[in-house]
Design a protein around this ligand. Structure first.
Ligand SMILES: *Cc1c(COP(=O)(O)O)cnc(C)c1O
Length: 443
């Protein structure tokens, strides 16, 4: 696919390279989450020493326009004054108690008020914990074991989700990581995103066995791939007909594609919802919630065990609450995210035609992705058909120009309230200059 050796592409700056070498001795791959290592794009990751508004600052002191946004977390931008103040106040009162607080109630009330399908919610420490716990609850509520997920969908790193289709969408899951027991993987069935028939086939093949269908209502973890018309309503219908629960994994889309998440945007009421990222305001947080009758099955009210030493941590709750308050009270936030998104829509929409380069831009709310491909993108096979070499060329060109995309062709780009139209226009100009270079890859 590409004749560029990732290791030889775009050597990183000296200080960053030294840090990476040092990091590798004591941290697997030098990073605490794999995609940060630049394996997808080659080269050396920038080590970051600070962030403010729409910008990161790397250890060489370079300002980088940030489209990673901590993978969607920083919807207000870095260091928003309200979040900073809330954290400073919270720190003065102690950092963890292991006993309940009023702040947790206020945060739960805010989530229940803003996310349509959430009546009762439990805080956890990451998106992974949220999806893992939601599935346990769905299995308990239905008395069934199997779970349907979609190829290319990501729900954190718990065992049941680390599977992919073996041969076609209707096969049993096979582990996509060593260490996932075959029995666990066998309970995970993999369907094709945006393909209702592939889901119906699984229900037919496993009658009475499927506890839940878990889906990113806007797929964000194979790049941004929106649901086609009727897909989400069709999923809801199928789940109801077959007695399975519909779980919307809104860890990424929650408070990003609209204030009430994808469920508000598309008018669908899932049984359970998982959240994370934005609701922690930049601190480690997750949550799962939904229908009261289901959530009341969770311990100590019900028998489904789930716990956490740091769950509802006062710092995380303070940062999350400060973030949600701004999102709830400032009507301009989502208009701003949409307005910037439209600039991308228009910019990339005509750029491909003008330059004669097959490319497609997809965007929902404050997340979007550019795929170098001719055909419409709607599922994992069409995502996989896009040119990685072209994306990588764009990625490194932009990075040299001080613009930091997520380091993979299969991730969404995130912008924030702190980004400006001028930032987006600069990004579009820079991208166009890179795509017209003589050495832009042929395919
Ligand atoms: C990020 C993400 C997760 C995992 O959350 P972590 O906090 O990284 O564990 C789960 N689901 C989706 C859709 C995500 O985007």
């Amino acid at each position: 696919m590409t004749n560029m050796e990732p290791e030889t592409m775009a050597p990183g700056p000296v200080a960053g390279r030294a840090l990476l070498e040092r990091a590798r001795r004591v941290i697997p791959g030098g990073v605490n989450s794999p995609v940060r290592a630049f394996k997808g794009v080659g080269g050396t990751p920038r080590f970051i020493r600070g962030a403010e508004g729409a910008f990161l600052e790397d250890v060489e002191g370079r300002r980088l326009l940030d489209y990673i946004g901590s993978w969607g977390v920083m919807v207000l931008g870095h260091g928003h004054p309200a979040v900073r103040q809330a954290l400073a106040d919270a720190v003065g009162r102690g950092t963890s108690y292991g006993a309940p607080t009023e702040g947790e109630i206020v945060l739960a009330e805010a989530i229940a008020r803003l996310v349509p399908a959430v009546e009762v919610v439990r805080m956890v420490n990451s998106g992974t914990e949220a999806t893992m716990s939601a599935i346990r609850l769905a299995r308990a509520a239905t008395g069934r074991s199997r779970v349907v997920k979609f190829r290319g969908g990501y729900h954190g790193h718990a065992d049941p989700f680390l599977v992919e289709a073996g041969s076609g969408a209707a096969t049993l899951g096979v582990p996509s990581s060593p260490g996932v027991p075959p029995g666990t993987a066998a309970d995970s069935l993999v369907a094709e995103y945006n393909d209702l028939a592939s889901v119906a086939t699984l229900f037919d093949a496993h009658p009475g066995e499927i506890a839940a269908v878990i889906v990113e209502p806007v797929c964000g973890n194979m790049g941004c791939v929106p649901p086609v018309d009727g897909f989400l309503t069709g999923l809801q219908r199928l789940c109801r007909e077959r007695g399975a629960l519909l779980v919307f994994d809104e860890v990424m889309t929650g408070f990003r594609v609209s204030r009430g998440g994808a469920q508000e945007r598309y008018g669908i009421t899932p049984d359970l919802t998982t959240l994370g990222k934005v609701i922690g305001g930049g601190l480690p947080v997750g949550a799962y919630g939904g229908r009261a009758d289901l959530m009341r099955m969770v311990a100590p009210e019900g028998p489904v065990y789930q716990a956490g030493t740091l769950s509802g941590n006062p710092l995380a709750v303070a940062a999350g609450l400060a973030t949600l308050r701004v999102l709830e009270e400032d009507p301009a936030v989502y208009e701003h995210l949409e307005a910037l998104g439209r600039l991308f829509d228009e910019g990339f929409g005509e750029m491909g035609r003008r330059l004669g380069i097959p490319m497609r831009w997809y965007r929902v709310g404050g997340m979007g992705s550019l795929f170098f491909t001719e055909a419409a993108v709607r599922d994992w096979p069409s995502v996989a058909a896009s040119s990685r070499a072209r994306f990588n060329f764009l990625f490194h060109g932009l990075l040299e120009d001080g613009i930091h995309l997520p380091p993979s062709p299969f991730e969404a780009w995130f912008w924030s309230y702190a980004h400006t139209p001028a930032d987006v226009e600069r990004t579009l100009r820079s991208a166009e200059a890179i795509l017209t270079r003589k050495d832009f890859p042929d395919a």
